[in-house]
Design a protein around this ligand. Structure first.
Ligand code: ZN
Ligand code: ZN
Ligand code: ZN
Length: 116
């Protein structure tokens, strides 16, 4: 691929915020922001269209379709709300992320109404 840098999508522009703004040497194309398809021509190094609405980067698969790296590690995944894909359903354990939040007592169950 010998395309100039301004024909490759800026990772930061598409996935977070590019602090370089207009001085960034990589491509910032708002029209391509919502697209999830990689430009085939770009993949072949042939797309010279700076305003191409297809993406000029390899698209990351959605995180929910990406297997969780930590699940296979010793200790497993400890993220309470892991967005990555898990092979095994995780038990709904109470997490430490609630520390500091006042725990409200569960409301007492209403007594059953007696028929009059
Ligand atoms: Zn950029
Ligand atoms: Zn293109
Ligand atoms: Zn996980």
């Amino acid at each position: 691929m010998d395309l100039p840098r301004n024909l490759h999508d800026c990772y930061f522009f598409y996935y977070s915020t590019c602090k370089k703004g207009t001085s960034c040497e990589y491509r910032h194309e708002p029209a391509a922001l919502g697209h999830e398809k990689t430009c085939k021509m770009w993949a072949e190094g042939k797309c010279y269209n700076r305003t191409c609405t297809m993406r000029h980067m390899k698209i990351q698969s959605p995180r929910s379709a990406t297997p969780c790296f930590w699940e296979d590690q010793p200790g497993g995944c400890r993220k309470p709300h892991c967005v990555f894909q898990h092979k095994n359903a995780r038990p709904n354990q109470p997490t430490t992320s609630n520390v500091g939040v006042p725990v409200q007592p569960a409301p007492a169950p209403m007594p059953p109404r007696l028929p009059i």
